[in-house]
Write a protein that binds this ligand. Sequence first.
Ligand code: ZN
Length: 138
Amino acid sequence: MKSFRKELWFDLPTRRAFLNITPKVEAALIESGIREGFCLVNAMHISASVFINDDESGLHADFEAWLEKLAPEKPHGQYAHNRGEDNADAHLKRTIMGREVVVAVTGGKLDFGPWEQIFYGEFDGMRRKRVLIKIIGE
Ligand code: ZN
């Protein structure tokens, strides 16, 4: 069995953003040389997510509006966590959107269902953060 590890680094210019990282994960899979196995992709920060969904801008606007209803960023003082911090909403949004995804690798490709794409969800940006890719198989 082979094992491959890679980190992707991000420094997004906004507090919140959704970024399609599918091409970067596909590039890592090619670099790994693994043809059959599993690919794990996880956010390495507790204020960011990795999730799978459709690459459609209306849906992304809907996610943003929905997350702001569930865990509004402001007022910062509404959260017990925000004593000396201001990112309680980012922790909550991250939990809702998830930490990681696992995709089957078949024939050297990510074995997606229809329209599935992998996204990095940033909820407390404007600083360097990373995502871990771990691929195992043969
Ligand atoms: Zn915090």
